[in-house]
Write a protein that binds this ligand. Structure first.
Ligand SMILES: *[C@@H]1O[C@H](CO)[C@@H](O)[C@H](O)[C@H]1NC(C)=O
Length: 323
C-alpha cells in the first residue's frame, strides 16, 4: 500500500471526538477510529536506516505505527492521555520506558495495555485473549515497569498515562518483533489481503477492520482434507455444534464478542465468497478446536460512499447494512 493512499485515507475520515471527563480513565471515553487514524497523518512512514532511531515528542492523544523513541513532557496537568500503537499484522510490539518522572503518590500513572480500548470497548475481547484482563495491564506505579520490557500479544497495544505536574514526563522506546502466527489483529489499512492460520490450537483469532468494507473469502480450509473426520457437522442453524468455523461479524464497536454475526462458514471452501459489511467495523473470526490446522484467506477493500448509500437504501434498520 502506498504512503499516499494511506495518508489520503486517513485524511478522509476525520472526526475526532473530544475527550471528555477529566477525572475518568480514557478507556471509558469516546475516541473514534476515524479520529485515531487521523493522528497517523503526521506519522510519515519511511524506510529508515538500521542505526537511525526515529525520535519525536508524544502528544497526550497520539498514535504510533513505527519504531522509535518518543518522549512526553507535560506542559500542564494532563489527566487523560492515551497513545495507540499499531504495527503490521505479523508484528507484535515491545515497549520500554526510560527517564520516567511521574509522581505516583499524587495519582499520576503510566501503564501499558495489551490491546486497544476504543469507544469504551476492548480488542481483543476477553474471550479471545490468552491472558485474563488484569494481566493485560503493566503499571509503572505498581511494579516499576521501567526495568522490564512489555510485549504485546498482537499488533496493537496502548499506553495510558496521567501526569499532574508540569515538566514531568517519560520516554518510551517502541520496537517491533515478528510474530509467525498472528492471532487477533486490527488492520492498519482499509484494504488488503490476509491469511490467518491456526495450527492445532484450541484458540480463536479475530482480524478486525475498523471501516465499512467488502470482504471476499478466497479460501477456507477447516480440518484435515485427508481425513473422514470432517470438522463441520451442521447440527444447528449457523455453525452451532461445529468446533471449527469462521464467522464474519459486524458492529459499531471493536469488541468481537459484542458484534453481530453476518455469516458463518463451517465448510471448507475454495471459491470466492463475498460480502459487504456496512458497519463501522467488520471482523473475520476463526474458531478453532485444536484438532485441525485451520486456515482462511481473504481480501478486503473499503466500501465507497455510493455503495454505502445503496446498502442503506435496501434496509430500514439503521444499525449496519449487510449485503
Ligand atoms: C472460541 O469461540 C467459541 C465460540 O465463540 C467458544 O465456544 C470457545 O470457548 C472459544 N474458545 C476459546 C479457547 O476461547
Amino acid at each position: 500500500m502506498s504512503l499516499n493512499f494511506r495518508v489520503q485515507l486517513y485524511c478522509l475520515l476525520l472526526v475526532f471526538s473530544a475527550l471528555k471527563g477529566e477525572g475518568r480513565y480514557l478507556q471509558e471515553n469516546e475516541v473514534t477510529a476515524e479520529g485515531l487514524f487521523s493522528l497517523l497523518n503526521s506519522e510519515v512512514k519511511r524506510e529508515l536506516s538500521k542505526d537511525f532511531i526515529y525520535r519525536r515528542p508524544l502528544r497526550c492523544l497520539d498514535m504510533l505505527s513505527m519504531e522509535g523513541q518518543f518522549s512526553f513532557s507535560a506542559l500542564r496537568p494532563q489527566l487523560n492521555c492515551a497513545v495507540y500503537l499499531i504495527f503490521e499484522p505479523s508484528e507484535v510490539i515491545s515497549v520500554e520506558f526510560s527517564s520516567v518522572d511521574i509522581d505516583c503518590s499524587r495519582g499520576d500513572f503510566l501503564k501499558v495495555f495489551d490491546g486497544w480500548f476504543l469507544k469504551g470497548e476492548m480488542f481483543p475481547s476477553s474471550e479471545d485473549h490468552a491472558l485474563p484482563l488484569s494481566e493485560r495491564y503493566a503499571e509503572f506505579c505498581d511494579s516499576g515497569v521501567l526495568r522490564r520490557t512489555v510485549r504485546s500479544s498482537q499488533n496493537v497495544a496502548m499506553i495510558f498515562f496521567r501526569i499532574h505536574s508540569p515538566e514531568s514526563g517519560f520516554t518510551v522506546t517502541v520496537k517491533k518483533l515478528s510474530n509467525p502466527f498472528p492471532c487477533n489483529i486490527i488492520s492498519q489499512t482499509r484494504e488488503g489481503r490476509f491469511t490467518m492460520v491456526i495450527p492445532h490450537q484450541h484458540t480463536n483469532c479475530s482480524f478486525s477492520i475498523i471501516y465499512p468494507v467488502e470482504i471476499q473469502i478466497q479460501e477456507l480450509t477447516l480440518g484435515r482434507l485427508d481425513s473422514n473426520d470432517t470438522p463441520a457437522k451442521r447440527s444447528a442453524p449457523g455453525c452451532g455444534g461445529a468446533g471449527d468455523f469462521v464467522e464474519l461479524l459486524g458492529g459499531n464497536g471493536v469488541d468481537p464478542s459484542k458484534m453481530f454475526p453476518v455469516a458463518d462458514l463451517c465448510y471448507s471452501l475454495s471459491g470466492p465468497a463475498q460480502l459487504k459489511v456496512g458497519c463501522d467495523s467488520a471482523v473475520m473470526r476463526l474458531v478453532s478446536s485444536g484438532k485441525f490446522i485451520n486456515r482462511v484467506t481473504f481480501q478486503y477493500r473499503p466500501l465507497d460512499r455510493h455503495e454505502l448509500q445503496t446498502l442503506k437504501g435496501n434496509h430500514v434498520e439503521d444499525f449496519c447494512f449487510i449485503e
